[in-house]
Design a protein around this ligand. Structure first.
Ligand SMILES: Cc1cc2nc3c(=O)[nH]c(=O)nc-3n(C[C@H](O)[C@H](O)[C@H](O)COP(=O)(O)OP(=O)(O)OC[C@H]3O[C@@H](n4cnc5c(N)ncnc54)[C@H](O)[C@@H]3O)c2cc1C
Length: 437
């Protein structure tokens, strides 16, 4: 894939100043168990260009995590079960997250974003996903759209769209890449954009588009010439009310029911020349670079879901008595929860490493894929163990853990399946090996 090893284009000047050093310090206001920020040091091997990293959260990291934790508690948690039961698009939730400055955390302040960087974004997503993974995926995709316009847009595109996305004035942004025959293989895309005297006309259909029902801006990929595979793709900014753009009905899904996922049809959909993002023929590169960043968000989302499921299982095990003693004293219950703690800590470290690399303008494609495949698979296993530790109480549809188990599954599918992440990782390690490094 073209995105491999490319320098991050979004290395902005808006990230927190000092080198972040994590020391295990809990943020102000205290934390529930299992949420203390990690202390870690990553040492480089002679083959890696990674320096030794010693992280302590900056005041910005702590502030953003605290804002997100409060939003999760006050805005998302009270309604998450209802969104899951009734479905629909979480407009109210997103409006309140926008008010709290959480819709464009990594985007620069000059464009209306929080300018807090990718580490803060990752911490915030994990906090929010603990409460409502469905609202969080709409936020993640919209943040990705804002970042892609910030990174690849011209001054007019950036100035017009990014502040609106940050403020929630467009509800959210949507990322329209996948099609019926083009999920893992975007080069199989059939949607076309034809050049006209006035601009472009787009025809085709997209599938599985997060927030497709309500998004005010779509980033749309289409084939603009007959070059084979990914080479002929371009990318367009299409307002949601453009004639010729039709939104499908929300799909029935296993989880994330409080997030709409729809098909989008383009039938003679006319856009001006100003809609082209990043230059004709550069669409595949734009998509791969956006997905590299998006994977950090999805790893963070999966982690939040699994941490919450684990805390619920611990709470259940400590207050439930079997054979005359608390479940939490039985080794058969303790060890799976110890595995959760171990693997989720590893997932957190990998995710923060990828976030730190992106934030500091270093190559992060391989690390984002490693974080995504590990965090999502570990989180799925952790949610499964949480149900195991709770027995029928975990399987009960009225229980929160059951929702987390359904919600976490898709993190191994979207923004590139686990198999696709392994392709990215293996290509990168082979390339590095053949280059002698
Ligand atoms: C809830 C949800 C929300 C989504 N939101 C969006 C969105 O906002 N925007 C968007 O554009 N898309 C979105 N998607 C689509 C998602 O990105 C794709 O489903 C995903 O990329 C996989 O594509 P596919 O479903 O076509 O699977 P396929 O590509 O058909 O893959 C099927 C299986 O084959 C495996 N496979 C495929 N190719 C290879 C290979 N070369 N080597 C080994 N194994 C392979 C896959 O890993 C998978 O296990 C969403 C999907 C879901 C479920």
């Amino acid at each position: 894939m073209e995105g491999l090893g490319s320098p991050a284009p979004w290395a902005g000047g808006s990230v927190p100043g000092p080198s972040p050093r994590w020391s295990g310090v809990a943020p102000p206001g205290g934390r529930p168990p299992g949420f203390v920020l990690p202390a870690f040091v990553l040492s480089s091997s002679s083959r890696s260009s990674l320096p030794v990293l010693d992280f302590t959260p900056s005041p910005t990291h702590l502030e953003v995590a605290e804002v997100a934790r409060a939003a999760a508690r006050d805005v998302l948690a009270p309604n998450a079960a209802r969104w899951d039961r009734e479905g629909g698009f979480p407009s109210d939730n997103l409006a309140q997250l926008a008010e709290r400055g959480l819709l464009a955390i990594g985007v620069g302040r000059s464009l209306g974003g929080r300018g807090a960087g990718t580490v803060a974004y990752s911490l915030a997503v994990t906090e929010l996903a603990r409460a409502c993974a469905a609202t969080t995926v709409a936020l993640c995709v919209s943040n990705m759209v804002a970042e892609v316009v910030e990174a690849f847009g011209n001054a007019d595109q950036r100035g017009h769209w990014v502040p609106k996305l940050a403020a929630g004035a467009l509800e959210v942004g949507a990322f329209a890449l996948s099609e019926a025959g083009a999920g893992s293989d975007p080069g199989g895309m059939r949607t076309r954009a034809r050049k006209t005297a006035k601009g472009w006309v787009i025809d085709g259909s997209k599938l599985w588009i997060t927030s497709g029902s309500d998004a005010g801006l779509f980033v749309v990929w289409a084939r603009t010439n007959d070059s084979p595979g990914p080479r002929g793709l371009s990318c367009f900014l299409v307002p949601g009310d453009t004639p010729g753009l039709t939104r499908g009905k929300p799909e029935h899904k296993m989880g994330l029911n409080g997030s709409t996922t729809t098909a989008i049809e383009f039938d003679g959909c006319e856009v001006s020349d100003d809609a082209l993002l990043g230059g004709e023929g550069t669409g595949f590169r734009v998509a791969m670079m956006a997905l590299d960043g998006g994977r950090i968000g999805i790893a963070s989302q999966a982690l939040g879901i699994a941490l919450q499921a684990t805390d619920l299982a611990i709470a259940h095990a400590t207050k439930t008595t079997r054979f005359g003693r608390p479940l939490a004293t039985l080794q058969g219950v303790q060890w799976p929860l110890a595995d959760n703690a171990t693997q989720l800590d590893a997932a957190r470290l990998l995710t923060l490493r990828a976030a730190w690399l992106k934030e500091n303008g270093k190559p992060f494609s391989r690390e984002a894929s490693i974080a995504k495949v590990y965090a999502t698979e570990a989180s799925f296993a952790a949610c499964n163990r949480a149900i195991e530790a709770m027995g029928a109480a975990g399987y009960d549809a009225a229980a929160e853990v059951e929702r987390h188990f359904r919600d976490v599954r898709v993190t191994m599918i979207y923004e590139g399946t686990s198999e696709v992440q392994r392709i990215v990782i293996s290509r990168e390690i082979m390339r590095r090996f053949s280059e002698g490094g």
